[in-house]
Design a binder for this molecule. Structure first.
Ligand code: CDP
Ligand code: MG
Length: 755
């Protein structure tokens, strides 16, 4: 077993990254930005002149500013469906699926695997006896978006014949025959119905992504298919990795959907890029100004919502500058030849659908997306790709025992997929914001499967609940690093989910009923016994939705002031609770949200999640209890739940992680950020690694609580007998020496058990 993050030089890649040439996330300074603006403005003007941009723009100004988009008519839809590569081999595909229990289907992105396969089966009468076709997606957005598209193509209401189900959101009904869902949902369904009886066919889509849940689901299915001979399995994959799936299923037949792609010119950055957002902006503006609008749209790959928003603002800023010099416009909205769309997972569904609409020929689309647009979603009409070279990945470092979100260099396979987006309908150009040398020396050939880079707590808990005693013998395409497996078993043991012999405890069983991380499930259960599950439920629900505070441009100060009114001193968790409580007092009003710069949609989502968790608690007899106005109890409970994620003040605004000794900082969004008198001990909800290690959503805690709640982790030592109360805490630390020896013995027990 090889640790995937271990580079040949013995360093861990995630850490090595920091010293790497690739990573240097300097945010551009004001002066730099002004300078960059100037140079683009000049370049833009020259290019504009060159291309006769002026005339075309002026001509367009006569048009109304009302933008028209082509809506999909049934005829349009039908002809699009017929033009897809999958359609040409429709009957071959159906024959293959009819003749085999397992089929592996390979095709370029955009060939119609996701949207067409299930429809072909449906049209062929597969569902006539009431059987369901389940299609899994590694990403929530993809499940939602393709279900929408397929419902449109089949001309049915979403939620009827075609539905989708993602965590905390179920759009299906008894009529549903085509059910799109995340791979995680299907996994949870196997807990309730191990034989997946209602399904006649399962399509594991995007299998090449090798998401953790997909890999586990594939293992479960391999066992299940022997028992259920009538169940069909289709595994679909983009062109990489396909042979491996076939091998895993005893050389199952493969079918490649023929399809042509056009050559894509790849242009590397000549020098190392300091700020990929800035570089992407410059590149996109240049492409837009130097190529005819009708030549095609631009797709920019960024790492996440924050980058995407900054990138979008900067493009608007720069283009407004150029256009204002040339045509005297004063704001971006007056520019009529371009529309910019963000695409990331937390984007409201209504906005997601807009991205797929075709614009008229006088306007160019710029889509700024996360790696969702790599293979899961295909946007037609892309001719230019700008690839920043990074993506945000969940990584687990077994050495320090922590999961974190890290901005990581993409792999060469990702880079190829990204470039490929430019050559779907004609030749294209891909601008890579990294050098060719970087690609060759610093990027892995393909992405490490999630199974080998994240914590396995959830998975182990789930497998154990499914009755898999020996996790190591479970069929998997690749083995997870033993170190990760052991560390995850240890963490589960620490929170009492498994006993010394690796068996699920009754608490562990209860935890597995919640669609939450084990530690959050446990916090809910503990809160119930400590008279504060009502409050904790709200906190957990609020933690499950993206950012609830709004910070619109030009109104930042107002928004910050509004936000600060919700602050509960020393706790981001309680601040979230406070927002929810006030919203509730104001009858869940949307006006109240707008007035207070709170995202109404996110709040409704949290409310919805809360309701669902209440149901699960009720079903499992976890009582709803309330602490009333005493929020100290809640804080204590937060401390006990996050005791393994604690940090100690180590200097001016700096903290050190108590379990690992790693330097961490408060995230600027925290209530505690910038306080003159920062608390000595905190626990946090999430670790974010970018250029620095940030702890997000933080609560100040009393060190005695830490000792109480994590006796296996923490102890108090006195320096000498007359040291003061406070000094004595200064030495409180993660246990060493004898304590570790004891823990190691207990860990060995577990290890023996699983071996
Ligand atoms: O799964 P695969 O990558 O093979 O292709 P697909 O997702 O089935 O996409 C087939 C076609 O449907 C593409 O041309 C997409 O642009 C289109 N599509 C769409 O218009 N709207 C969606 N929400 C999803 C796909
Ligand atoms: Mg697909």
């Amino acid at each position: 077993l090889i640790n995937p993050f271990k580079k040949p030089d013995g360093q861990f890649a995630i850490n090595a990254r920091k010293g790497s040439k690739l990573v240097n996330f300097k945010r551009i300074s004001k002066e730099q930005r002004a300078k960059a603006k100037e140079s683009t403005a000049v370049a833009g003007t020259q290019l504009g002149n060159l291309l006769g941009l002026k005339e075309s723009h002026e001509k367009r100004e006569e048009d109304t500013t009302q933008h028209t988009t082509f809506e999909n008519t049934p005829e349009d839809i039908e002809s699009t469906r017929r033009s897809l590569p999958a359609f040409k081999v429709r009957s071959d595909l159906l024959t293959m699926i009819r003749d085999n229990q397992i089929s592996i289907i390979i095709g370029e992105t955009g060939s119609g695997k996701t949207t067409q396969l299930a429809q072909y089966l449906y049209e062929d009468g597969f569902c006539s006896g009431g059987r369901l076709i389940g299609i899994t997606q590694p990403r929530r957005v993809a499940a939602m978006s393709v279900a929408n598209r397929v419902a449109l193509e089949m001309n049915v209401q979403l939620g009827e014949e075609v539905g989708y189900s993602i965590r905390f959101e179920d759009y299906t009904s008894p009529k549903t025959r085509l059910k799109f869902m995340t791979d995680g949902i299907l996994l949870r369904e196997t807990l309730l119905d191990p034989e997946l009886e209602k399904y006649g066919c399962i399509i594991i889509d995007e299998a090449h992504e090798r998401s953790l849940n997909t890999d586990i689901m594939i293992g479960i299915l391999r066992n299940l298919l022997v028992k259920r001979r009538d169940l069909k399995l289709i595994v679909t994959s983009a062109t990489m990795n396909a042979a491996k799936f076939s091998e895993f299923f005893g050389n199952a037949p493969q079918f490649t959907i023929p399809g042509r792609t056009y050559p894509v010119d790849i242009i590397y950055s000549k020098n190392l890029v300091n700020d990929y957002v800035e570089a992407a902006v410059t590149e996109a503006v240049k492409i837009h100004l130097s190529n005819k609008i009708s030549s095609g749209d631009i797709l920019i790959f960024m790492t996440g919502q924050e980058d995407i928003e900054v990138c979008m603002d900067l493009i608007k800023e720069k283009l407004t500058e150029v256009y204002s010099k040339k045509f005297g416009i004063s704001k971006f909205e007056e520019i009529s030849d371009l529309e910019i769309f963000p695409l990331y997972s937390a984007l409201p569904p209504a906005l997601q659908n807009k991205i797929f609409r075709k614009l008229d020929d006088s306007r160019r689309k710029i889509v700024i997306a996360t790696n969702i647009a790599e293979t899961s979603l295909t946007i037609d009409g892309i001719r230019y790709v700008v690839d920043c070279g990074y993506s945000k990945l969940k990584v687990y470092n077994p050495r320090i025992g922590l999961d974190s979100l890290a901005i990581t260099p993409i792999s060469r396979a990702n880079a190829n997929q990204r470039s490929g987006r430019a050559g779907r309908t004609s030749t294209g150009v891909a601008y890579r914001l990294y050098t060719e040398e970087t690609l060759e020396t610093e990027m892995y050939v393909s992405t490490i499967p999630e199974l080998q880079r994240t914590s396995l707590q959830n998975t182990i808990l789930l497998l154990k609940s499914l009755g898999v005693k020996d996790v190591l013998s479970f069929p998997l395409m690749d083995s997870p690093p033993l170190q990760t497996l052991l560390a995850s078993l240890y963490d589960l043991w620490l929170i009492n989910a498994i006993d010394n012999f690796g068996n699920l405890t009754s608490l562990g069983k209860l935890m597995s009923k919640f669609p939450l991380q084990p530690s959050l499930a446990r916090i809910l259960i503990t809160a119930s016994y400590n008279d504060c599950s009502e409050e904790m439920l709200t906190i957990v629900s609020m933690l499950s939705v993206p950012q609830v505070f709004q910070r619109p441009k030009q109104r930042e100060k107002e928004a910050d002031l509004a936000r600060s009114k919700f602050f509960v001193p020393g706790s981001d968790h309680l601040t979230l609770l406070n927002v929810y409580s006030q919203w509730k007092q104001n009858k869940f009003s949307s006006q109240w949200c707008t007035k207070n710069f709170v995202q109404y949609r996110a709040m409704c989502k949290a409310h919805d999640i809360r309701e669902q968790l209440v149901k699960i608690m009720g079903k499992n007899k976890v009582l709803l209890t309330s602490s009333g106005t005493d929020w100290t109890i809640v804080k204590k409970c937060i401390c006990s739940g996050f005791a393994h994620q604690a940090a100690k003040l180590s200097g001016l605004g700096k903290y050190v992680h108590m379990k690992t000794g790693m330097d961490v900082q408060l995230h600027p969004t925290s209530t505690l950020f910038g306080l003159g008198d920062p608390p000595s001990y905190v626990v946090y909800n999430e670790l974010l690694m970018t250029s620095k290690e940030y702890i997000c959503c933080v609560t100040a805690v009393d060190p005695f609580w830490l000792v109480e709640s994590g006796p296996l982790l923490y102890g108090i030592r006195r320096i000498d007998d007359d040291s003061s109360y406070h000094q004595s805490f200064a030495l409180m630390q993660h246990k060493t020496g004898n304590d570790h020896a004891r823990e190691k013995r207990q860990r060995d027990d577990i290890e023996r058990e699983i071996n």
